[in-house]
Design a protein around this ligand. Sequence first.
Ligand code: DHK
Length: 219
Amino acid sequence: MPPLRNRNATVYCPGPRADIGQARDSCSGRPGPNDPRGRSGPGRAASRAHPCVRREHHPVPNTVLILNGPNLNLLGRREPSVYGRETLDDIAAACRVRGEKLRIRVDFRQTNHEGELVEWIQQSHADVRGIILNAAAYTHTSVAIPDALRAVALPCIEVHLSNVHARESFRHHSYISPVATGVIVGLGSQGYLLALDAMARLIADADAANADGPRSLST
Ligand code: DHK
């Protein structure tokens, strides 16, 4: 199956260029309405079209999606002896602070619906470099979520607040773990921050490998 994204996504300067009109709608790099080249071949077409198509010239911040599944909206009052007293908003705020230090834009979301998690994973934009996922109860039941993760082929770190292996046996199995780059369990909200640290390293390593390694066909 071909990848759904250009993993070596080129970052585009949003500045309009007179000869091609508003060729790019924004840093997304998608063709604008006046782009005569349409939607094909973003990497090569754009590098001919605009001198600013350089990661170092107009860097778009790396985004990491942090996705939370069902009942995590109740953190703080839900079984605090298991999940702690911090609310999900507290955890989101701590993640954003850590993200700023790491120069990562944190996109933090929660839903009680499996399909919404699947759609968020599928819709990861070109600037999303990785996913930190606490799928909560869907960890132990969902086939669709790991399928979506396989499809987008982004690094994924699975996080659980509680030590699922010290709890009921149905929590010992995770459908996410086989597709995750790494797994952090049992460290409470700190697990999210450790996952961000690890993700920053994975991104830096990938960028270094890209810079040093052979040029891919798509660049
Ligand atoms: C959260 C849940 O809601 C449970 O269903 C999982 C996970 C564990 C957690 O520890 O973060 O079993």
